[in-house]
Design a protein around this ligand. Structure first.
Ligand code: NAP
Length: 307
């Protein structure tokens, strides 16, 4: 059976940047793109903060360009999900996808983290990119002088609410309990910001609007009373779920995120990690791309040391 030099799992900015570097280093990487290739940027509209695009670039275009850049240098992409892996032999890493088994000398895991959305089952997906977002950093600037709300009570929700005050005329913070779990300094900043109004003990129970989102239905978590709130943007900040199920516990995690040492390394010397699957903190396309670069260089160095 063929042994690949490098298999990359994931096709967001981390995976595809790793693919560009690995391909240019003659590692002939195979990229498992999954069945929803391109990662989270496929669901965003204009990306204004990725360097090199002074006029911005559409998220899907950026990802397609990254893929073209990787394949130009010989990366092979497969639109398949990895079902499971077996890393028990560090020199023969096994990757199982559908009915196929692949063996690799190195693996780079770049499967990202999925933002958690409301799961109302009422077709709220129709508002993706039309007022319903899970990334204030990405989409906040589209809401100048508009009314927006952030759902959540953690550091991300507070940070996103603070960030949105730069653009929006009013920011509601919608939290299901009566205390925020965010750190004290963060809570203080939120409470002192005149543009932010916290609505306690509340859940969003419906999204409303024709084409664009124009309001939400709120339900008081204690009294169950419902009310309407008119707004233009709703930002989810109820956490992310790192995509690690296929690893079945073979790598160490902390709060669900893969644990790395020395930037991209794991306890298995031939397995490297890049991007949001190991990063709860920055979660930006550019930081993921940087980590993808580092993982590919680390994989290349590891292979050189084996000669
Ligand atoms: P988090 O701390 O897990 O907070 C998630 C928030 O969403 C909680 O307030 C939770 O409510 C709420 N929530 C969860 N599921 C919900 C649902 N289905 N409906 C409504 N609300 C829901 O997540 P995070 O804020 O993304 O932070 C993740 C980690 O990153 C944390 O360790 C955080 O400290 C860290 N972080 C740090 C910084 C920083 O230091 N600058 C910035 C961002 C994140 P409950 O409170 O009721 O559980």
């Amino acid at each position: 059976m063929n042994k690949e030099k490098c298999i990359i799992i994931g096709s967001g900015p981390a995976g595809l940047t790793a693919a560009i570097y690995a391909a240019r280093a003659d590692l002939a990487p195979i990229v498992f793109e999954g069945t929803s290739p391109g990662g989270q940027l496929m669901g965003t509209s204009e990306v204004e903060n990725f360097p090199g695009f002074p006029k911005g670039i559409m998220g899907p275009q950026l990802m397609n360009d990254m893929r073209s850049q990787a394949t130009r240098f010989g990366a092979k992409t497969l639109y398949q999900n990895v079902d499971r892996v077996d890393f028990s032999d560090a020199k023969n890493l096994k990757i199982y996808a559908g009915h196929e088994t692949f063996t690799a000398e190195t693996v780079i895991i770049a499967t990202g983290a999925s933002a958690r959305w409301l799961e109302l089952g009422k077709g709220e997906e129709r508002f993706y990119g039309k007022g319903y977002s899970a990334c204030a950093t990405c989409d906040g600037a589209f809401f100048r002088e508009k009314i927006v709300a952030v759902v959540g009570g953690g550091d991300s929700a507070c940070e996103e609410a603070m960030f949105l005050t730069k653009f929006a005329s009013k920011v509601y913070l919608l939290h299901r309990r009566d205390t925020l779990r965010a750190s004290k300094p963060m809570v203080k900043r939120v409470m002192e910001n005149e543009k932010i109004e916290v609505i306690w003990n509340t859940s969003v129970t419906n999204l409303e609007g024709e084409n664009l989102l124009s309001g939400v239905e709120l339900t008081d978590t204690q009294t169950k009373a419902t009310s309407k709130l008119a707004l233009n943007g709703l930002f989810m900040a109820i956490g992310h779920t790192p995509n690690t199920n296929f690893l079945d516990g073979q790598l160490e995690t902390s709060h669900g995120y893969l644990v790395v040492t020395d930037n991209t390394k794991t306890k298995i010397p031939s397995v490297f990690v890049a991007g949001d699957v190991a990063d709860y903190r920055y979660q930006q396309a550019i930081t993921a791309a940087g980590a993808g670069c580092m993982a590919a260089l680390d994989a290349e160095n590891y292979l050189a040391e084996q000669l």
